[in-house]
Design a protein around this ligand. Structure first.
Ligand code: CTP
Ligand code: MG
Length: 181
């Protein structure tokens, strides 16, 4: 595959995983998932991980995956690349994996003494990718390993932190996020 096709495939395939965390930022609030529970003198997850944010993020990512499936034909023609179509288990697993990866990172942040909103470089940028890839590989291994070839995976790991820094920076500047990470 050409570099261009690899990049197009990587971005298309990860799109449903890029949306959930941003949707959660917009929708967040309400009851925290940990219900205020403590672990070792600190919050288990913290007030930044809510049921509403998680549910809205998951739903937004799944709906986007379904929408991208509708666009698959015309977009593939337009780009001259055979873009991947998301099977239903992936429609469900990718955005859920993104949310769980982010939640797992908050768990780690609290265990390592980081307060809510504290930066955790690399983890902040790649937590949701790890969750997405892990859940995706479990939900539909055939599709997953066919789509995420080594070059596609490499592009995902390079491009995602850049996109993450960019979108969170924008969210901070326009005032919808408290910190730029
Ligand atoms: N959010 C949410 N539910 C989630 C993820 C995010 O409600 N599962 C919302 C919260 O309002 C959160 C905001 O999105 O404050 C920003 O998300 P994030 O940066 O992940 O959370 P932080 O508040 O920075 O907390 P943490 O240190 O635990 O990452
Ligand atoms: Mg944060």
């Amino acid at each position: 595959m050409e570099v261009y096709a690899v990049v197009a495939t990587a971005v298309w395939a990860m799109f449903p995983a890029y949306i959930p965390n941003n949707a959660a930022v917009l929708a967040g609030g309400g009851r925290p998932i940990d219900g205020g529970r403590m672990l070792g003198g600190r919050r288990m997850l913290g007030d930044g991980k809510t049921w509403r944010g998680t549910a809205v993020g998951w739903t937004a990512g799944a709906l986007l995956a379904l929408f991208l499936n509708e666009l698959n034909g015309p977009a593939s023609d337009l780009l001259g690349v055979s873009l991947p179509e998301f099977p239903i288990p992936i429609v469900v697993a990718f955005p859920l994996g993104a949310m769980l990866g982010d939640i797992g990172a908050s768990f780690l942040k609290r265990r390592t003494g980081r307060e809510r909103g504290a930066p955790f470089p690399v983890v902040d940028q790649l937590d949701f990718v790890a969750g997405t890839l892990l859940l995706g590989a479990i939900a539909s291994p055939g599709w997953f390993f066919e789509t995420f070839t080594a070059p596609v995976l490499a592009v995902v790991l390079i491009l995602t932190p850049l996109l993450h820094v960019l979108t969170n920076g924008i969210a901070y500047v326009i005032g919808v996020k408290d910190e730029p990470w």
